[in-house]
Design a protein around this ligand. Structure first.
Ligand code: SF4
Ligand code: SF4
Length: 510
């Protein structure tokens, strides 16, 4: 019996521009001379270097370790020499430089001694989760959340449904579509491994109904243990919470996680990475990247992490200049970057090159309500906008700003051209900064209280001492107290004299 599909509120039907890049096979991007690997490629704590300048490394070797639970190790994308560990341009909205490990490739691409795991069925789910962490696997759909953390939620809680997300809903991006068409066997096998790791009762792989070739490839490989579903093409159907709603009819509660409704969800590229990690011991050192937009030959490339965006664009017969703008990701949720020297990282699913047209001017809000109609989370975008404008962060939180998935549907339809998502990002970062400041202040307050308590204890001791002296009101008692103290001093001196007369080890040797 096939699963009943549900719907989610809002959303948009829009031109997809997928045909630009999904027609041809992906090609391998050559190894560049230098690879720039940022220590922060995932959500959580940055990795910590385990190599130093001058070290020789092999492909797949760990070059930075995980630096906490929500962190993953990083591996060399090819063999070569570490030539620098320092600040370089990275993909980040601030466009600031950040710490990177730089590898000068030796061109030999020599592989580290990696260890495959056979018979994953007999492997303890916890160990499988550890192996996935060791291979540096994060959410490769663009979110970048360490995969082992989500798997742990599954191991710790009962999982009803595992969803493998192949719903690539944002316009232009086709890397998951191509990956499914070219490596469907990896995805299906990886799906079974993740299912074993979280012990899910049900398992679904979902794609959009405009991905017929990908669907056909998966259909050849799946069995009764996996449901394969096509869902209607509508943005942002690939959002975690929206896809859960479409497939199960359940809403993840405000501020909640998929596991709160018994679901664990991973991207198809993550499933393929799990297959590689388990059966071959291969860490995440490359990924499929869609290069599209105004480039001459839009297509998908298999790119080593650390390769510069510029090299990928040039591989598609295009030179970036001031007439174009680059977006990492899609047009709705992607990140604008101006420096083509930033590297491809684990979360780079698409490089979109577009004409550099000036933004239409922002006009006053006319309270038309279109933004609320399309919001897939049922927020009130115009209210959030007002609260951001007036710096009313308390009201922003009351209006659930943190439930906003920054899908951009509201900005897309706004007739006043208000860059609404930018306002929400501003509010979120301001609230986060305020919370950090308050945490810091709370911490200082706790230190102050502890210090006061220490001083209080000292004072108390002093008081007790004085009380002893004070109780000696009579001259006779005072003299007894002083005599006792003098006697204690005399005894101590005697003792130390005896000690000093004893022969030392050195005396003995002599
Ligand atoms: S769509 Fe734009 S103009 Fe209309 S209510 Fe929302 S913010 Fe205001
Ligand atoms: S960006 Fe946020 S507020 Fe706007 S439509 Fe998406 S979820 Fe709603």
């Amino acid at each position: 019996m096939s699963r009943e599909l549900h719907t989610f509120p809002g959303g948009l039907q829009m031109p997809t521009y997928k045909a630009l890049s999904d027609q041809e096979m992906s090609i391998l991007q050559p190894i560049p001379e230098r690879l720039f690997l940022p220590l922060q490629q995932h959500i959580g704590i940055a990795s910590e270097p385990t190599v130093k300048i001058g070290d020789k490394v092999l492909k797949g070797q760990i070059i930075a370790r995980a630096n906490g639970y929500v962190s993953v190790p990083m591996h060399a994308s090819t063999s070569g020499k570490i030539v620098d560990i320092g600040d370089y341009p990275v993909p980040h909205p601030s466009e600031l430089k950040a710490p990177c490990i730089v590898i000068e490739a030796d061109g030999e691409d020599r592989l580290f001694d990696i260890k495959p795991t056979h018979e994953y069925h007999s492997v303890d789910p916890k160990l499988l989760q550890e192996l996935i962490k060791e291979c540096g696997i994060i959410g490769l759909g663009g979110a970048g959340f360490p995969a082992h953390v989500k798997l742990n939620e599954g191991v710790e809680n009962s999982v009803d449904t595992l969803i493998i997300n192949g719903v690539e809903c944002e316009p232009y991006i086709t890397c998951d579509d191509r990956l499914i068409q070219e490596k469907a066997n990896y995805i299906v096998a990886g799906t079974r491994m993740i299912r074993h790791a979280v012990q899910a009762k049900h398992c679904v792989i979902a794609v959009e109904d405009d991905m017929p070739a990908a669907y056909a490839e998966l259909e050849k490989l799946i069995d009764d243990d996996i449901e394969l579903l096509k869902i209607p093409t509508r943005y942002p159907a690939g959002g975690e919470k929206q896809l859960i709603q479409v497939l199960t009819g359940m809403e993840v509660p405000s501020g909640g996680l998929p596991i709160h409704v018994g679901v664990v969800i991973h991207n198809v590229a993550t499933a393929a990475a799990v297959y590689r990690a388990v059966t071959r011991g291969e860490p995440v050192i490359s990924r499929y990247v869609t290069v599209t937009g105004m480039v001459d030959k839009p297509r998908n490339l298999q790119v080593l992490l650390g390769t510069r965006v510029k090299d990928c664009i040039e591989a598609c017969n295009f030179d970036v200049d001031e007439n174009c703008q680059m977006i990492l990701g899609g047009p709705m949720m992607g990140m604008h970057v101006s420096n083509p020297h930033v590297p491809v990282i684990k979360t780079t699913n698409c490089i979109l090159v577009q004409e550099n047209t000036p933004r239409p001017p922002e006009m006053p809000c006319i309270r038309c309500g279109y933004c609320a109609d399309v919001c897939p989370v049922k927020l009130l975008p115009q209210q959030l906008y007002w609260h951001a404008k007036t710096d009313n962060m308390e009201a922003s939180q009351q209006y659930h700003i943190f439930d906003c998935i920054e899908c951009g549907c509201c900005s897309y339809v706004c007739p006043s051209n208000i860059p609404l998502v930018q306002y929400y990002r501003y509010s979120k970062s301001k609230i986060a900064a305020e919370e950090r400041r308050r945490d810091g202040a709370d911490h200082a307050h706790v230190r102050f209280l502890k210090r006061n308590s220490r001083l209080g204890k000292k004072l108390e001791n002093k008081k007790q001492e004085q009380q002893v002296l004070g109780n000696t009101d009579s001259t006779e008692n005072k003299q007894d107290y002083i005599a006792a103290a003098l006697e204690r001093t005399r005894l101590k001196r005697e003792e130390s004299k005896t000690q000093s007369r004893k022969p030392s080890t050195n005396d003995k040797d002599a």
